[in-house]
Ligand binder design. Structure first.
Ligand code: PYC
Length: 313
């Protein structure tokens, strides 16, 4: 039995596990996140895949914080494994904790495997996240992607690794989501086969197509493909952070200036960044989440799909 609360942030779902998650043992948060991926793949799939979950869902597993002053520690995961940070799930988690009466409006620290982030819980479901420092690693990388042709883009870190490119094969709208997904998968596969990585050989597992906004108050629109092969319904907090790092390093956005980022479904985040003490780019993401359901998941022994519907080997 597992107690969960579901929310969505700009359309992107988060499932917070309240009770019944696996014991990840001891060690750093990053080590425990790796253990979740290596030893508890059935748990991740059972919680997030159909029939209990749905495409694009991200799970949030609470752990006791290393610093007792933090609100909580958390490991985010999707059906493909764990995520370093997750912007939309951090907003969803903060709104869920507020809904449960476990977090007051105000400023809190949440520990993630890639570093602590700050959340400010405001009234009316709004949350402001101060993300981990973000940076661009490579600029104007030219790729020859089979089936897609020449595309150029940047590699950047925003709490996860991203390849960001303006060379989308179609307009960034929902009518083209299947073509965009196929194209992003082709880029993901090409990066992996070509051995193109982030720092320390890290896999670049998120692909971000960037384009012009549709809304009059927005500055950009994106389509982000996540490692589980699903597209992000929200503007992707870590992807938006990677985008801010590129804008900042190109001198196109000064600290403090607002950038409104639209997602492929039209939901939006208000973004800006600050410079840290060593000049690092610290993205600030403002968005809102809504709690949708409280549920107890059951996993009967005789249920053939208790660990989710998965592609057969
Ligand atoms: O909001 O950072 C994000 C995110 C990553 C994967 C899905 N959402």
């Amino acid at each position: 039995m597992m107690r969960v609360i579901d929310s969505h942030t700009g359309g992107e779902p988060t499932r917070v596990i309240l009770e019944g998650g696996p014991d990840l043992g001891s060690g750093s948060l990053a080590e425990r996140a790796e253990r979740l991926q290596a030893e508890h793949a059935d748990f991740c799939a059972a919680v997030l895949l159909e029939p209990r979950g749905r495409e694009a869902m991200v799970g949030a597993l609470f752990l006791p914080p290393e610093n007792p002053k933090s609100l909580t520690a958390v490991v985010y995961f999707n059906a493909a494994g764990n995520l370093g940070m997750c912007g939309h799930a951090t907003i969803g988690l903060a709104v869920t904790l507020s809904y449960l009466g476990r977090a007051d409006p105000g400023v809190h620290i949440i520990e993630t495997p890639v570093g602590p982030v700050q959340v400010e819980i405001r009234f009316g479901n709004r949350v402001v996240v101060q993300n981990v420092p973000s940076f661009r690693y490579k600029k104007d990388l030219s790729l020859e992607v089979p089936g897609l042709g020449a595309i150029k883009g940047d590699i950047a870190w925003g709490g996860n690794w991203f390849f960001l490119t303006p060379d989308a094969p179609t307009p960034l709208d929902l009518t083209h989501k299947d073509e965009l997904t196929r194209a992003a998968l082709a880029v993901q596969r090409h990066l992996s086969l070509a051995g193109i990585t982030g720092t320390d050989g890290a896999e670049i597992d998120h692909i971000e197509f960037m384009g012009a906004p549709k809304g009059t108050d927005a500055h950009g629109r994106n389509f982000v493909l996540c490692p589980d092969g699903a597209y992000d319904r929200s503007p992707c907090g870590t992807g938006s952070s990677a985008k801010l790092a590129c804008l900042a390093e190109d001198g196109l956005l000064p600290p403090g200036q607002i950038w409104v980022q639209e997602s492929v479904i039209g939901s939006s985040y208000r973004l800006h960044y600050q410079r840290g003490v060593k000049g690092e780019i610290i993205p600030i993401i403002e968005g809102e989440a809504h709690v949708m359901a409280e549920a107890t998941l059951l996993f009967a022994e005789n249920d053939p799909y208790r660990t989710g519907i998965r592609a057969e080997a």
